[in-house]
Design a protein around this ligand. Structure first.
Ligand SMILES: *Cc1c(COP(=O)(O)O)cnc(C)c1O
Ligand SMILES: [Zn+2]
Length: 429
């Protein structure tokens, strides 16, 4: 596009508009902000043609599966762009996981194939770019793991310092390892994720550090590219459903925001339904949805799917608005359902971390309930890599998660045998 699209920040609660020349994460009223753009003069067909021409770019900004869609991500000067050629992740046939879910046409978009192993890289490339655009030297986030791994990497490649606030208790090993390895200043605080989230917002305000949680509107803009890329991989044929895990609820908000923009531009003319899946032990949105109740945060969220162990998600309003727009649904799944679904995602040869497998567990539950029909086309988002949380994998397959109430239903137990051919024969027959 020769001309940049006019854009601004807008409060999703009261509609107040802000120029984004100044750093701002929330409205004066406390509402979260959207990056809005005036699409009335934009030719959707030209945009789509341009994106198709960029597909397969070998180098430069457009080799990224996020910046390929730059016009609808953050149309800043290229000198600010911080990229690791994120995105460009595969869309798999779900194989055995599809049979398990009871679906004939089930695809899995593997966001665990991003540079640091989760979809967070899509939001982070855009957030880190915004940090550069604002001239920040230090960035911070509260994190259950993947956000910190991603932020530490993007800060390192672009020469910024990073500070990470991690809740006490267990954080998945793979994620902590990355954060430390990439040089993030890692602070473990007393309290859970929600406490860390509240603290980091105060710290950023007081110490003039740039905040890179998904409350940051630029993070959401980058994450929209998951949906864009799925549709481009499907030659812009819209599936009937997207199924996606929900923790802080930024990712599903991003997905629906992107779809809304494509719809407004006439690039798609069907709206897929969104199913957001929470872990039963940390499911404030699902509770609200099912009971028609007011929003109430969950006090002590708990789940083996640590990436979504969040009781007070910052983006619940954005999320709800998007789900309603798509005529979507919210569901929650038990620990056992998550880990059994994971066993099938893994056994299909694809593999993903526990939170990701809410997509498959949720799809199965919704098929069983008749909400999703067996012959509908469904895209599940796998949000993170299988190696992020090896403890969960080993624990399940050795059937050692009893203390969490999880049985190794489909366990593939390692066996100890004598070093003799006869013993091998007995073991593999
Ligand atoms: C962050 C994360 C989620 C949750 O995404 P939200 O935007 O917080 O809802 C799910 N799965 C994985 C692997 C994650 O890293
Ligand atoms: Zn407001």
């Amino acid at each position: 596009m020769a001309e940049m699209i006019k854009s601004w920040l807008e409060c999703i609660r009261c509609g107040e508009k802000y120029d984004f020349s100044e750093i701002r994460y929330t409205c004066e009223c406390g509402g979260t902000l959207d990056l809005k753009r005036d699409l009335s003069q934009v030719d959707g067909r030209k945009l789509k043609q341009m994106w198709d021409e960029r597909w397969g770019a070998k180098r430069g900004v457009y080799a990224s599966g996020v910046w390929r869609y730059k016009e609808l991500i953050f149309d800043c000067d290229e000198q600010f762009v911080v990229t690791r050629q994120e995105g460009n992740t595969r869309l798999y046939d779900a194989g055995k996981a599809g049979e398990y879910a009871g679906l004939k046409n089930f695809m899995l978009k593997h966001e665990g194939e991003n540079p640091t192993g989760s979809f967070k890289d899509r939001g982070m490339t855009c957030g880190a770019t915004a940090a550069k655009y604002y001239g920040a030297e230090m960035v911070a986030c509260a994190s259950t793991g993947n956000t910190s791994a991603s932020m530490a990497s993007y800060a390192a490649v672009s020469g910024m310092k990073s500070v990470i606030f991690i809740p006490e208790g267990k954080i998945a090993y793979g994620k902590l390892a990355q954060a430390l390895a990439f040089g993030g200043k890692t602070l473990q605080i007393e309290g859970n994720f929600d406490d860390a989230m509240a603290l980091v917002q105060d710290v950023c305000r007081e110490l003039n550090i740039y905040l890179l949680n998904s409350i940051n509107p630029f993070r959401i803009e980058g994450q929209k590219a998951i949906g864009f890329e799925v549709l481009q991989q499907l030659d812009w044929q819209v599936p009937d459903w997207f199924v996606i895990p929900g923790g802080n609820l930024g990712n599903n908000s991003a997905l629906t925001k992107g779809l809304q923009e494509l719809f407004e531009l006439g690039i798609i003319n069907k709206i897929p339904r969104i199913a957001v899946i929470q872990a039963a032990g940390s499911a404030p949105l699902s509770k609200m949805w099912k009971e028609g109740a007011d929003y109430v945060a969950v006090k002590d969220p708990d789940t083996i799917a640590t990436a979504i162990k969040i009781g007070n998600p910052v983006s619940w309003e954005k999320s709800l608005r998007g789900i309603e727009w798509t005529n979507g649904v919210v569901e929650d799944v038990t620990e056992q359902e998550i880990m059994d679904a994971k066993a099938w995602v893994d056994a299909a040869g694809i593999g993903a971390e526990p939170a990701s497998c809410c997509s498959v567990a949720g799809a199965k539950k919704l098929v069983d309930a008749g909400v999703i029909k067996a012959d509908e086309s469904v895209v599940g988002i796998l949000t993170g890599n299988i190696l992020k949380d090896p403890d969960a994998v080993i624990g399940y397959h050795k059937d050692e998660l009893g203390h969490m109430g999880i049985k190794g239903t489909f366990a593939n137990k390692p066996q100890v045998i004598k070093a003799e051919v006869e013993a091998v024969k007995a073991a593999i027959s």
